[in-house]
Design a protein around this ligand. Structure first.
Ligand SMILES: *[C@@H]1O[C@H](CO)[C@@H](O)[C@H](O)[C@H]1NC(C)=O
Ligand SMILES: *[C@@H]1O[C@H](CO)[C@@H](O)[C@H](O)[C@H]1NC(C)=O
Ligand SMILES: *[C@@H]1O[C@H](CO)[C@@H](O)[C@H](O)[C@H]1NC(C)=O
Ligand SMILES: *[C@@H]1O[C@H](CO)[C@@H](O)[C@H](O)[C@H]1NC(C)=O
Ligand SMILES: *[C@@H]1O[C@H](CO)[C@@H](O)[C@H](O)[C@H]1NC(C)=O
Ligand SMILES: *[C@@H]1O[C@H](CO)[C@@H](O)[C@H](O)[C@H]1NC(C)=O
Length: 382
């Protein structure tokens, strides 16, 4: 009799705790939603496209579609206005949302449509308390923290264990008058990336990429930050690949970045985000320059040389050094008029990518990846 009562009590407790875990997860996903989007479980081909690749596939041989400034998808005038009370604390003025917005679909939509590499730019909130997301001065949400977003990724990976993700985290300077990458920021970042959950969901190997099988259900950290204000043991404890900002040449079409000196492992990167066109250049000219730089790096990825090296190409760009400014959206998609007769970089890339079937193009980061509609479809069928 007592035994039975105890069993019922234990059962009730376990039901309660499992619904508590469910409620807690719901709360976290809700907090994450301004950046992560509204969580929805989808199990179709694009949400699980890695199922058709063998476990022994080397990650450096895979074609990984990614998004540049992934968290900017809801950065409209309304969003900017709603955050002015907070950005005022940062003592910055925020230019038009057009200069910051690089996407139009949420992270969870990206995941379900096949995107596997994400670019998030973090800094402290104006009270120096939590790590949140920005694109330069543009604060993207005051509530969605790094930890909240990570739980969104963890939940998605639980729902799609065949998939693997790459997460690039970069310290975003210029967010605030007093923005700083000081020891407190670095410690908060380190803490988020070494929680028990992070240990379970991040690939724990360091300075090299393995196979898809080893990485399924997990995230590879692409570390575009240094922990130079903390003792070296912190750096030693973090997994993933390190792309030190000091080695990442700004606005370069052709970076060779050694991320593992012992094994001489090099990443070949194109990140020519602001084409160095003459002043007064048109959008069409800027689009052509950027397209050329993008294609040149993809052609290096495709060629027989450096077959086992990592290639990371950024198709994203803008030009605010010319007049009129060319916003990210125009660079990616054109503006639908004779001003950009061939469309944007994304439009030009579709026929180019169609020619690369069966080839390795590597990781490619897009702006407005969902347009034109056949871009991601073409990429996933390489
Ligand atoms: C899978 O679902 C996503 C999200 O609903 C959708 O955007 C995508 O087009 C779907 N893919 C396929 C192959 O149906
Ligand atoms: C996107 O921004 C608008 C305007 O700020 C806001 O009302 C809406 O809730 C946001 N969407 C999400 C999913 O957070
Ligand atoms: C946040 O930290 C920066 C750099 O350490 C400092 O200049 C600033 O005053 C701090 N802001 C607040 C609100 O404490
Ligand atoms: C490292 O690799 C690069 C590219 O494969 C090569 O050019 C270079 O000579 C290598 N350096 C060393 C020290 O092996
Ligand atoms: C782009 O590349 C094409 C083909 O190689 C070349 O004809 C053209 O001059 C290049 N344009 C620019 C702006 O670099
Ligand atoms: C396209 O851009 C040109 C140059 O800035 C501008 O004159 C034109 O009004 C734009 N058209 C649209 C539909 O945005």
């Amino acid at each position: 009799m007592w035994k039975q009562i105890l069993t019922i009590a234990a059962l009730t407790a376990s039901v309660q705790s499992s619904s508590l875990a469910k409620f807690a997860l719901e709360k976290v996903l809700n907090d994450a939603s301004p950046i992560f989007g509204d969580y929805a479980k989808v199990t179709n081909h694009t949400a699980e496209w890695m199922k058709s690749y063998a476990d022994d596939t080397l990650l450096v041989h895979m074609n990984i579609p990614g998004t540049h400034d992934s968290a900017t998808w809801n950065y409209t005038q309304a969003t900017q206005d709603s955050l002015l009370g907070i950005t005022d604390l940062n003592q910055v003025t925020v230019p038009t949302p057009l200069s910051f917005r690089c996407q139009e679909l949420s992270l969870v939509d990206m995941l379900n449509m096949g995107i596997r590499a994400f670019d998030l730019r973090y800094a402290f909130d104006p009270t120096n308390t939590t790590i949140i997301f920005y694109h330069s001065q543009a604060l993207l949400s005051e509530t969605a923290t790094l930890n909240d977003i990570l739980f969104g990724f963890y939940q998605w990976l639980d729902d799609h264990p065949s998939e693997t993700l790459f997460l690039s985290l970069q310290d975003e300077g210029s967010t605030a008058l007093y923005a700083s990458n000081d020891a407190a920021v670095q410690l908060a970042l380190y803490s988020a990336l070494t929680t028990p959950a992070a240990r379970a969901y991040f690939v724990q190997t360091k300075d090299e990429l393995g196979t898809l099988g080893q990485a399924r259900g997990k995230i590879t950290l692409l570390r575009r930050f240094d922990l130079d204000q903390l003792p070296a043991s912190y750096t030693d404890n973090l997994p993933g690949l390190h792309f030190s900002p000091s080695l990442w040449t700004d606005n370069s079409p052709d970076i060779a970045l050694v991320y593992n000196t012992a094994k001489n492992l090099t990443a070949y990167i194109e990140d020519y985000y602001e084409p160095l066109t003459p002043y007064g250049s048109t959008a069409a000219e800027n689009i052509q320059w950027k397209y050329n730089a993008t294609v040149a790096n993809i052609e290096r990825a495709v060629s027989a040389a450096h077959r086992d090296s990592l290639f990371w190409t950024w198709a994203s760009s803008e030009n605010t050094d010319t007049v009129p400014y060319v916003w990210p959206v125009t660079q990616a998609l054109g503006n639908g008029t004779n001003y950009t007769p061939k469309g944007g970089v994304n439009d030009l890339l579709v026929p180019f990518l169609e020619q690369q079937k069966g080839k390795r193009v590597g990781i490619v980061m897009f702006d407005f990846f969902d347009q034109p509609g056949n871009l991601i479809e073409t990429f996933l069928s390489l």
